[in-house]
Write a protein that binds this ligand. Structure first.
Ligand SMILES: [Zn+2]
Length: 276
């Protein structure tokens, strides 16, 4: 692992503040809390890039959660995020919202990659945290793709790229909804056991996401796990069998997602990416 990223994980694990610049790319308002909510207050100079607005365009989620429309639901999710960061005392975390409609990030891979690479040039973070490529949600996989592609672009310019660190989300484990773990890869995992104060702070953040209560109840508060991102081949499925999001019968399948990834790699000039 690149030294500065290893140092960031070590500092977080010891409970100390992280002064180095950090970037976080999360697909939805709440992914940052699920994956690293207990760590955010330790980050004194961080930029959290929110990829989507959290509100699927078809309006079903908005209606199910009792909102008048998609715009009202998106607005509420932004309010929830700001309240959660405040509850988590994450005053050192600035936010930028890209605002892609929920479930559609895979159709914006090129612009998303370009925005992230621009932010990497401007802020030169010691590490960039994002989500794992695991088929849990197409937007999570899009975040993983765009961060990897942005880092490849930065490296191709001769700049020193940040290490990509992953937080946990969710994926299918056979018929089970697996949380708090990664799909297997040849990468060491740093497990941070949350103490009572960490758990209280994280719970107070989770409580702010009232529209996501049912989903967030499926995650435990005992640990947060991190690892350096594997060198993914985004043209292959993240795991064999049906992906978790495919079980939800949305319009996006893994095949559609990978077609978008293939097109974006070509457009971004990543014809001979480092994973090959
Ligand atoms: Zn999410």
């Amino acid at each position: 692992m690149i030294g500065r990223a290893a140092a960031v994980l070590k500092t977080m694990a010891s409970g100390d503040a992280v002064a180095a610049p950090i970037m976080i790319v999360a697909a939805h308002p709440d992914d940052e809390t699920i994956g690293m909510g207990a760590q955010l207050w330790r980050l004194h100079n961080a930029l959290l890039l929110q990829v989507t607005d959290g509100a699927p365009r078809d309006g079903r989620d908005a209606a199910a959660h009792g909102y008048a429309g998609v715009a009202e639901y998106a607005f509420a999710r932004g309010v929830e995020l700001r309240a959660a960061l405040e509850a988590g005392r994450a005053g050192g975390v600035r936010t930028e919202v890209v605002g892609i409609p929920d479930q559609e990030a895979c159709f914006e891979l090129i612009s998303l990659t370009q925005r992230i690479s621009q932010l990497l040039r401007e802020t030169a973070p010691a590490a960039i945290f994002t989500q794992a490529y695991e088929g849990g949600h197409p937007d999570h996989d899009a975040a993983a793709f765009a961060v990897a592609a942005a880092v490849w672009l930065i490296a191709a310019e001769g700049r020193s790229p940040p290490a990509i660190l992953e937080m946990t989300g969710y994926h299918a484990d056979g018929p089970r909804f697996a949380t708090g773990t990664f799909l297997a890869a040849d990468r060491p995992i740093t497990t941070i056991e949350l103490d009572a104060a960490d758990r209280r702070r994280k719970q107070s953040m989770i409580d702010c996401f009232t529209s996501q209560r049912d989903l967030l109840a499926r995650f435990d508060l005992e640990t947060e796990r991190f690892r350096e991102a594997p060198n993914y081949d985004f043209l292959q499925p993240p795991q064999p069998g049906e992906l978790y999001y495919e079980t939800l019968r949305w319009s996006i399948t893994g095949e559609i997602w990978r077609r978008q990834a293939r097109g974006a790699l070509g457009e971004l000039g990543l014809h001979a990416p480092p994973w090959a």
